[in-house]
Design a protein around this ligand. Structure first.
Ligand code: GLA
Length: 408
């Protein structure tokens, strides 16, 4: 059963009537271009076949009633009251921030009942927050009868993350969750917001996500700190953003502390690697692309300081398997400090690689990893189940089949 079908049935069970709208949005996996989006750089990213879905139908009040299967909780957004952020860390901040964005743009929704379900793991570096925001924004388009320009919609979601969730994220996650295309990878220029789509449909090559199933606490504070260090470095170099900087410029700069210099070096080299990686993808040069992934990991670990022992363990195990065993490259993906690593692998070796990473990771850390493979998936979608009878759209249908859950 897909997540879209599941929320349909769960909505009917919870509210005793059928939903009128179902919106869904995918998680994302960043192939390369890590911590470059807020430095005006490039990212090379795709959506995955895990989604967050919201089923909803109008009610006769001025309240949005949201039941989250994930949080096992029902929350209410009262549209007759001024909208303000919830306590930090509350899941409701994500949808509420998006509702506030719609209201501020002059699109006040009517009251409705909704049920949220998700197959995107939370806090795993796969943009679960952006998936929830993009699904909410897509649902609100249905409720309000408007269609926002996709870029405006992505920026509205980013704003919700900044002002309601308190996370000063870049534009990568909402852009992918909204704009993504099946079997394509997005090379996004985060300065001009120009999108270049690259086909990624070679059946011989697979992207594996390896969830370390740990999330270290310092993640949010450390993210904001890295952002500030990048701004400090750009200022010291006399450029608007690190996109405009080069290694020679950095070598000539005085007065940067060790950590700030490392941050700048990571961003400058990562932007260059991302552009090269896009070229490798065009040429299907998988071994070369794998080397760029490995170099990205070293840079994130040594210069940017956002890896952690569990991510390092996965990367070491994958490297030991190496190209001969079918691993072209492996790196952490997302913000870091836990969550997922990704590996570019030969499809024929997927089962053996999954087994070996699972066994060794558990032996080293005592934690079971969750491994899954995904093709690039579609972005946010809205369906009207009642108009289509029970034929809700089948996005996310591959979830169950493609899950390669590791069994210890
Ligand atoms: C998080 C943020 C993104 C991006 C990544 C790191 O996922 O939400 O904007 O900065 O970290 O690449």
């Amino acid at each position: 059963m897909t997540i879209v079908q599941r929320v349909h049935d769960a909505f009917a069970g919870h509210y005793g009537r059928a939903p009128l709208w179902i919106a869904s949005a995918p998680g994302r996996l960043n192939l390369i271009g890590e911590h470059t989006d807020y430095n005006d750089g490039f990212v090379l990213s795709m959506a995955i076949e895990l989604r967050t879905a919201i089923a909803a139908a109008p009610n006769d009040t001025r309240k949005i009633v949201l039941h989250s299967e994930v949080a096992a909780e029902t929350a209410v957004i009262d549209l007759s009251q001024p909208l303000v952020p919830e306590a930090p860390g509350r899941w409701l901040n994500h949808p509420k921030g998006v509702v506030a964005g719609f209201v501020a743009a002059g699109h006040e929704p009517r009251g409705f009942d909704a049920l949220v379900g998700s197959s995107v793991p939370i806090g795993a570096g796969l943009a679960s927050s952006a998936a929830l925001e993009a699904a909410t924004a897509t649902l609100l388009e249905g409720v309000c009868g408007v269609e926002l320009d996709p870029v405006r919609k992505a920026l509205l979601c980013q704003q919700a993350e900044h002002t309601y969730a308190g996370m000063p994220c870049g534009i990568m996650d909402p852009f992918i969750c909204i704009l993504a295309r099946r079997d394509q990878v997005l090379l996004l220029d985060c300065r001009s917001r120009e999108a270049v789509w690259l086909a990624f449909e070679d059946p011989d090559v697979t992207v594996l996500s390896i969830n370390t199933n740990v999330k270290h606490r310092l993640a949010d504070g450390a993210y904001a700190l890295r952002r500030r260090q990048c701004e400090t470095a750009a200022q010291a170099l006399g450029v608007r953003s690190l996109r405009e900087a080069g290694l020679e410029m950095l070598a000539r700069a005085d007065g940067l502390d060790h950590a700030t210099r490392g941050c700048a070096r990571h961003v400058i080299t990562e932007i260059a690697r991302t552009v090269q990686a896009a070229q490798c993808l065009r040429e299907r040069a998988w071994a070369e692309l794998g080397q760029l992934l490995d170099a990205s990991q070293e840079s994130l670990q040594r210069d940017y300081g956002v890896s952690c022992p569990e991510l390092d363990a996965v990367v070491e195990i994958a490297r030991a398997i190496g190209p001969r065993g079918g691993v072209f490259g492996c790196r952490m993906t997302g913000g870091g400090f836990g969550g997922c690593a990704m590996a570019l692998i030969a499809t024929s070796a997927a089962a053996a690689i999954t087994q070996r990473i699972g066994t060794e990771y558990q032996r080293r850390t005592g934690i079971a990893a969750t491994v899954f493979a995904s093709r690039p998936a579609d972005g946010a979608r809205l369906s009207h189940p009642q108009e289509q009878g029970r034929r809700v759209h089948a996005l996310g249908g591959a979830i169950v089949n493609r899950y390669v859950d590791y069994q210890p």
